[in-house]
Design a protein around this ligand. Structure first.
Ligand code: BEZ
Ligand code: FE
Length: 297
């Protein structure tokens, strides 16, 4: 397919017109959206290289970084998504893709540790299978914009254990499916489960992204949180977290996943939820968290 250049000279390299020349090489029949995105990307990439006055050595260091990032990827380790996360791009793309009513529950990053097909439990069940941590009761309601309860909504939850690891990071150490489960809201739109109070933990930092964080003087610790995916027929799925308000890393999430409206109140309660599973100091916690789903467009 012919490109849109008018003469051979128009395609010769010129530093000042570099982005324009590259973009003019696209064929006339290029998919309209691909054209739009590539034009913007090429324009901004060339502008960035010019503004930073990149040297050969710096450019090569960048290429080597991207190469190492690709080499770190496996079926269960996606270093490029991690890179997108620490650059704030994952959150930005999500914010652009999922504009919601102000009072609807917002999304935040999915992260790499979600597993589909977690066990389905009756409301009130305990998802902590390793008996570590401070017992926590999580309960709440799923409703629509008008406050009507949504019965039969699925509340899929996952979190790290008291040592800051997901079950998939400690195969053979933690029981499979530790701290994961799917709950179904009852006729009042209510769900309820028992777990343990979450703690902060580092994002995987043994690869190129971890090295970049260190070089930038940034730490890898995600503030303490519990992940949720809430789904119901006819409603937009919500992929989100709730954050513990007393975590020292709340304002420094390496993946920029914290939103004010997702910081929950974790209430310390006097009477243990269940004496047998209370923590060493008898501590018990309770959090009430309601989800508001938006109708599908
Ligand atoms: C997580 O919370 O599981 C997570 C999110 C983004 C990057 C790494 C981990
Ligand atoms: Fe997490």
């Amino acid at each position: 397919m012919a490109n849109t250049q008018t003469s051979p000279e128009a395609g010769y390299f010129d530093k000042d017109r570099s982005a324009e020349i590259v973009n003019a090489r696209m064929a006339a029949g290029t998919d309209a959206r691909l054209r739009e995105v590539m034009e913007v990307m090429v324009r901004h990439l060339h502008a960035a290289v010019k503004e930073a006055k990149l040297t050969d050595a710096e450019w090569m260091a960048g290429i080597q970084f991207l190469t190492a990032t690709g080499q770190m990827c496996t079926d269960w380790r996606q270093e490029y998504i991690l890179l997108s996360d620490i650059l704030g791009v994952s959150m930005l793309v999500d914010a652009i893709s999922h504009e919601r009513a102000e009072h609807a529950t917002p999304n935040t990053v999915l992260g790499p540790f979600y597993l589909a097909d977690a066990p389905h439990y009756p409301n009130g069940s305990n998802i902590c299978l390793d008996a570590k941590g401070e017992p926590l009761l999580v309960k709440g309601k799923v409703s629509d914009h008008a406050g009507n309860p949504i019965a039969g909504a699925k509340v899929d939850v996952w979190q790290t254990n008291d040592e800051g690891f997901y079950d998939v990071q400690q195969k053979g150490v933690q029981p499979d499916w530790n701290l994961r489960g799917v709950f179904t809201t009852d006729e009042n739109g209510e769900y309820c489960f028992r777990s343990v109070k979450p703690k902060f933990y580092p994002i995987p930092d043994d690869g190129p992204v971890g090295k970049l964080l260190t070089a930038l003087g940034r730490h890898p610790n995600r503030p303490a949180h519990i992940h949720f995916i809430v789904t119901a027929p006819g409603f937009e799925a919500v992929t989100t977290h709730i954050f513990a308000p007393d975590c020292p890393y709340l304002g420094e999430d390496p993946v920029f996943g914290v939103k004010q409206s997702l910081v929950a109140e974790f209430r310390k309660i006097d009477a243990p939820i269940d004496k047998a599973s209370a923590g060493a100091d008898g501590a018990n916690w309770e959090v009430e968290w309601n989800f508001i789903l938006s109708p599908l467009p």
